[in-house]
Design a binder for this molecule. Structure first.
Ligand SMILES: NCc1[nH]cc(CCC(=O)O)c1CC(=O)O
Length: 303
């Protein structure tokens, strides 16, 4: 009988879908059976605006505690929900190949941002998305929304003209047909880590599990998110701060682009920097150095 490992997951459709995808890959690579264990996090239970829930990691803390107690063998998170602070006793076993990184506009009648009527209502719970939307279209009414992806899309049938969601999440749950525009980097930079998954284990996890998960790791994706998260950490900004960042391999360079915006979108500080060294250290330095350039340009006032 193959060995069985338990995978802790949040209960949302998105979380269960992405956990099942990693489980299937692990079964294919390692020949293991994987059992999904559903765990409720504060992010699933508490109500109110996410940006005011206080503390980081509302979506991951309960999963991390289950890992440390040995109740589950591994956990799959959306990487952008992971706090940048190191997690003692835990390891990032794999960053699988990243999916689409961009944010998507989902609008009634499939309108693009430019096609939305003046004063149209556009929903997002993210200060980063709200600020960049206001910078692009100051006439729109940005409405604070939350809930899972399906709940947000349902608002299009109800009171909103458009919502903004991560394209990767929509694709994972089979709702890509709702997308009317993928935002270019110049209009909206994604959240650090967007579109990537994080597979986390306890440092004491069995070697065969570590080895099988290591095979799921995509080095370019890991380096890109390392640079983005180093920038976020150096800015001392959390996942709900108005910070966008995107690192991508461009030929022989790893290029990082980032922005910090004021909540009202009237100020957007942007910068970009590249390195030709493809190591964790170089990616981390890239993030730190670009963060320091943004701080020198006044970013601290906006965070
Ligand atoms: N915090 C919510 C969250 N965490 C990860 C995703 C989407 C998938 C991803 O970016 O990997 C979403 C929903 C959204 O932002 O639209």
């Amino acid at each position: 009988m193959p060995e069985t490992f338990t995978l802790g997951t949040r209960g949302s459709t998105l979380a269960r879908t992405q956990s099942q995808q990693v489980a299937d890959q692990l079964t294919a690579i390692g020949g293991f059976d994987v059992e999904l264990v559903q765990i409720r996090t504060d992010g699933d239970v508490l109500t109110g605006p996410l940006s005011q829930m206080g503390g980081t990691g509302v979506f991951v803390t309960a999963l991390r505690e289950a890992l440390l107690r040995g109740e589950i063998d591994f956990a799959v998170h959306s990487l952008k929900d992971l706090p940048t602070a190191p997690a003692p006793g835990l390891l990032l076993a794999a960053v699988p190949a990243r999916a689409e990184v961009r944010d998507a506009l989902c609008a009634r009648s499939h309108r693009t941002l430019a096609e939305l009527a003046p004063g149209a209502k556009i929903g997002t719970g993210s200060p980063r998305r709200a600020a960049q939307l206001r910078a692009a279209r100051s006439d729109l009414e940005v409405v604070d929304i939350r809930g899972n992806v399906d709940t947000r899309l349902a608002r299009l049938e109800n009171d909103l003209d458009a919502v903004v969601l991560a394209a990767a999440g929509l694709a994972r749950i089979g709702r890509s047909s709702a997308v009317s525009e993928l935002f270019e980097d110049s209009v909206m930079l994604p959240a650090p880590g967007q579109g990537a998954l994080a597979v986390e284990i306890a440092a004491t996890a069995p070697e065969p599990l570590k080895a099988a998960l290591a095979a799921l790791d995509d080095p370019d994706s890991r380096l890109a998110v390392t640079a983005e998260r180093a920038l976020l950490a150096r800015l001392e900004a959390g996942c709900s701060a108005p910070v966008g960042a995107l690192a991508q391999r461009r030929g022989s360079l790893l290029r990082l682009e980032a922005c910090v915006a004021s909540a009202d979108g009237t100020r957007v500080i942007r910068g970009a920097k590249a390195t030709d060294a493809f190591t964790e250290v170089a990616a981390t330095l890239l993030g730190i150095e670009l963060a320091e350039e943004l701080l020198a340009d006044g970013a601290a006032e906006l965070i």
